[in-house]
Each structure stands twice: as C-alpha cells, then as structure tokens.
Design a protein around this ligand. Structure first.
Ligand code: SF4
Length: 231
C-alpha cells in the first residue's frame, strides 16, 4: 500500500438499519409517526454515502508542546505526549457524506430534521468502523487509539488546529465532500477528523475529559492522568 498519499474510501457500504433507527428514535413500527419515518428512510436510503480519507504521516516531536505531523506543526501537550513513542500516524477524516445536506425538508420540521440527523450519525459510525477496520487489516494492527481536535476539554487539542489537520489532505471537499467553516466546524456536521496511531493509550481524550452525561464516552475520566498530562 502507498503510504504517503491520500487513501480515499468512497464506496463504504451502508444500509439504514431500520430496526436500529426505530429503536433509537423510540418510535413503534405501528405507531403514529411510523409512516412519516418510513418516507424519510425511503428518501435518504438511495442517497446517503459515507466516506473517509486517511494518510500515513511521519511524526516529529519538537520542543515544548509542539509536534509535526506530515510536516505540519501542531501545538498540544497531550498530542505530543501521546505520540512520543510513535513514528507515524494515520491522519483521517470520516463523514456521513454530503448527499443529505440539501434535502427539501423545512428547518422548522424539527422532527424530520432530527430523524435525518440520526441517520447521518449512523452513517458516520459506519464510516468510522469501516476505515478503522480497513487500517487494522491493511497494517496488521490490534488497536487504534485516536485523538481529534476539539474533542473534550478545550486545551487537550484546540479545535482551531483543524485547519492544519485539513491542510494535510489538500482539497477535502473534492476528496470526500467535507469542508471547514471559519469557526473550524465541519460540514457535513456528522464528520470526524483526527489522528489514530498504533501505540499508546486508548481513548485518551475521554480519559482526560470530565464532561458529564456524554453519550459518546468511551473511557472513564481519570483525574490522575489529567494531572500527569497537566491539562
Ligand atoms: S467524554 Fe465525550 S466529549 Fe469528552 S472526549 Fe469523550 S466523547 Fe468527547
């Protein structure tokens, strides 16, 4: 496998798991909203197409809290500490795809907007699972911890560094239909970016994040580790 180029995964299989969607939305299959929900499923199913791009990047740790990934400089103590024994990382962007961005659903139709967002989230989960399984298989890796700019507390890896991360890939909109806003949010909103690596602590961001009631938490908060990282 070529390791210094963008690897685009744009044929990720995705079928809306209707049972799972009904369960997530707490809608009964013979309930009052079932007909409308089925219309949404029929509308989005032929369109939605999750995608991902990744690139194998050299890592150079520098002085203070600086680190270079693919020749691009980042400033994050946690990132630097997490990658100190790592020679290369997989920079990545995964997305639900931009096919549902301009659906003809009024913004005030909150229920249907929420249903579409839930499908997009399921597509994003599929994209993340697909590209991580792909990397593990191709590179024969057992585990793949990851970090994302803006995930968890502000000072872990500031969201503003999305700009540097995106610069690693070039024209991300052309590659997989994802762009950054001025405030460094991703469009489509159901997208995730970051770096994953073969050594180090699993789910480091969650271990350092004391946010309560996060449904996406993948590891318990560790106050001792937070003190060790001094963040
Ligand atoms: S606990 Fe939630 S908000 Fe905090 S890093 Fe984990 S997923 Fe992100």
């Amino acid at each position: 496998m070529v390791t210094d180029q963008n690897i685009v995964l744009d044929q990720i299989p995705f079928i809306v798991d209707e049972d799972e969607l009904y369960r997530k939305l707490r809608i009964e299959k013979d309930g009052e909203h079932a007909g409308e929900l089925q219309e949404i499923i029929d509308l989005v199913s032929p369109l939605i197409c999750p995608k991902a791009v990744f690139k194998v990047c050299d890592v150079e740790t520098m002085e203070d809290d600086l680190i270079e990934i693919c020749g691009v400089e980042f400033a994050s103590r946690v990132l630097r500490k997490s990658l100190q024994e790592v020679d290369d990382v997989f920079a990545f962007i995964a997305t639900c795809g931009n096919e549902l961005e301009n659906l003809n659903i009024p913004k005030y139709d909150f229920l249907k907007v929420f249903w579409v967002e839930t499908v997009k989230e399921m597509a994003l989960d599929t994209s993340v699972d697909f590209f991580t399984d792909f990397i593990k298989k191709e590179f024969k890796l057992e585990k793949l911890p990851s970090m994302s700019p803006g995930s968890g507390a502000d000072n872990i890896w500031p969201i503003e560094q999305q700009k540097q991360l995106f610069s690693i890939f070039g024209d991300t909109e052309k590659l997989i239909g994802v762009r950054l806003t001025e405030s460094c949010l991703m469009i489509p909103n159901k997208s995730v970016s970051g770096v994953c690596f073969s050594k180090g602590t699993e789910f480091i961001g969650c271990k350092l994040c004391d946010r309560e009631n996060c449904q996406k938490r993948r590891a318990v908060f560790n106050s001792e580790l937070k003190a060790e990282y001094a963040v």
